[in-house]
Structure formats: structure tokens, C-alpha cells
Write a protein that binds this ligand. Sequence first.
Ligand code: TRP
Length: 465
Amino acid sequence: MPLQTSNNQAVSYPHEYWSSRLGFVLAATGSAVGLGNIWKFPYIAGENGGGAFVLLYLLCVAVIGIPVMMAETLIGRRGGQSPIHSYALLARQEGRSRGWQAAGWSAVVASLLILSFYSVIGGWAIAYVLYAARGIFDGVQADGVGKLFTDLLARPGELLTWHTVFMLLTILVVARGVRGGLERAVTLLMPLLFVLLLLLVAYAALSTEQFLPAAAFLFQPDVSKLSAAAVLAAMGQAFFSLSLGAGIIIAYGSYLPKDVSIARTATAICIADTAVALLAGLAIFPEVFASGLEASAGPGLIFQTLPIAFGRMPGGTLFGTLFFVLLVVAAWTSSISLLEPAVEWMLEHRGIGRQTSAWMVGALVWAVGIVSVLSFNLWSDVLLFGRSVFESLDYLASNIMLPLNGLLSAIFAGWIMAKVATEEELAMGTGIGYSQWRLAVRYIAPAGVATVLLSSSGAIALLFR
Ligand code: TRP
């Protein structure tokens, strides 16, 4: 339901709430679980050598991810508004500078940048629904799926079409309002995706006999593969996958009823999200090894391996179609979360109705997305510091902006907000104790993020030269 109608623009607050704790958990889980888990995690893990990366990833989720998610949730609930306004309001309450709203701005910019390329990849997933449904995967081999994928990327018109369709889907839900759209999509379909992934893991394990090598690749850390770049990739991936540092959890937290335990919900969401990523890895790497594809094949990894499995299994057309449909849905419940913070801000700030805001911001993001579409074909030769335009956007937004914004939200909750305020917000908390959380957001998370960013930028190496 829209918050306001176009002829009644002043009444934005107090605004709607999730129907229950479960509503928030579902929506935040829907945001967290998406292409980041199923498409990105396996290929980034593959590019960064497997086990060592996965270990670092798990460490980042536990030590930085959970406390930062708690921080962002409580900033949102306490501020009760979009990230930009929540920061501004809470800073003012503590007699601090309104300049803190810049942290909200940076978050909103990151969310829109990410959405611009996220939608293009979501478009790939839509294209694959149709491939699967038409039985194209039937009996296909590694070179066949490889060609299918590279051919798709070589056609900008087609990528643009699917990017447009995906963006339209996103805008339509956000225009309808948070509760009406979000909660329902997640309740049924996310558990279904989880079950399907479990089946895929079992099938990959049984039919390729590559389960043990795959598990060893993912869980046996090879210390020689550790590098500053791998640490940064792991941290960026943790923020990306948990939807942190882009204002999403702040925006969703602003719809969270007061009587809900933030510690418990944040922990549950992080565990669920990590479980899906690991399952996706276990479903994909047996196929990667069986088909002789390189683990470091890049963004095409799932699109070049899973179809082989679907092409081999009985009922593969049905399973394949169902899988890619669910992947689109998972991406969809994430993309709506990426659009929401900016739309929420327009609602509050400009009094522009939800419908109009969603279409305006959506159109802007769609246009930016064209850059990513072209970076896979016409502009594939354009490299910035050795990265394609798409990779550069992803690197800047995911590995730099998200951790920086997360750092700001940790500092804000740990140092700017009054202790009584955060204590009150977390009072319902069970699970992680308040003092551990405070230690994490005041010292551990900021130090961790700062160290990783500095060391990967070479600043620390310079210091110790
Ligand atoms: N976490 C989502 C995924 O894994 C993507 C996403 C949604 C996201 N909201 C975000 C990423 C905010 C970074 C920041 O697919």
C-alpha cells in the first residue's frame, strides 16, 4: 500500500510497519539472499583461490557483518526514516553535526550504483529461464553452454531488453509499497529456493563424484593464496551479500516494530545468508571440476556450469526452469531493497508520491545500467586499471563504498549515539551480549575495515617500507 497519495503528500509519518518480526526477517533475508549468494559468491571464491577466501569471508561475516547489521538496524529503527534522514535526526539529537547525513548519502549512492549492474545480471537470469524452459540445456556439454553464455553477452540489444524487464519488475513492486510487495514474495519462494539448492548439491555430488574435491577447494584454506586483494574481496563480498553499507538495513529497520530483538534477528539473517552462499558453492564447484571449467572463470561461472547439470538430469528442463525462476525471484527481492532507500528519501524529502519516486529513481538507475550492458560487448575493450567498466563499478561500490559506509554506521552507533540509546534499542537482545556488541562496533569492526582498506590500497605497505 502506498504511504501517501499524490494529492495528500504531507502525511508521511508515522509510517507503515512490518506486520511482525517475521516480516522484517523475511524482507531483510529476501534482500540479503540474491545474486550475491548464488552468482557472485562462487565466482569470487573461485577467482580468489577457494578455501582461504571462504575462511576470510566467514570471519568477516561473524566479526564485522553481524555487529554492523545490528548497528544499521538500530540506526534505522531509532531514526525511523530513510538512511539520510535517520543519520541527520540522530546526530542532531546527540548535538552532533548534521554532516553525518553524508553517511546516508553515500549509502544511497552505493545502493543505486549496485542496482545499476545488479539489474543487468538479473536480466541474464531471466534470459536463462527461457533457455531452460525451451529445453536448450538438454544434453548440453561444456563448450555448448560456454557458447550460449558468450553469445548472450555479445548481444547488447538482448541484454538491454532483459535489463529493462528486470528494472520494470523492481519498480513495480517498490511503487506498490514495502509491505504489500515484499513480504509475500519471500515467504514461500525463499524456502523453496533453499530446498532446490539442497537437491542440486546432492545431485552434483552423486552424479559427478566431485563433491570431495569441491568441498576441499572451498573449505581447505591454502594460505599461499592469501593476499591483500583476497582479504578485500572477502570483506566486500560479506558486505554485498549481507546488504550492508548501502542503507538497506537502515531503511528496513525503520519499519521494524519496537519489541523485536535486533541481536536475534541480525544473527538469524546472517546465518541464513551464509548458508545459502555455501550451498551454492557446493552445488556449483562439483560441476565446475567435472566440466573442466576454470574455478576462476569469472562472472559466467554459474551460467556455464549449472546448465550442464540440468541438461544431464532427468526432468532437467523442469528443474532448470524452476531454478532460474527462483534465482530471478531471489534477485528481485534484493533489487527492490536496493531501490527502497532512495525512494523512501524522496517520499520524505520532496513529498513526491511513492509511485512517482519509484519510477523516477528507477529510470535513472536503468540508464546507468546501460553502461554495464555495453561493458560486456561493445565496450569490452575499455579497461580502467585493468578492469572492465562493469568490474570497476562493482569494485568501487562493493569493495570500497560498502565497507566505508559500514565503517561509518559502526562508528555512528558506537561513538556518536548515546550509550543509553543503543542500550535501549538492544535491550530485547538475546544472543550477543551488549558489551560484546559495543566492543565490536567501537573497535573491532572499524579497525578491521580500516586495516583491510588501507592494506589493499597499499597505504600500509608504504608505511612499513
Ligand atoms: N545482498 C544482495 C545479494 O546478495 C544484494 C543486495 C541487496 C545488496 N541490497 C544490497 C548488496 C545492499 C549491497 C548492499 O544479492
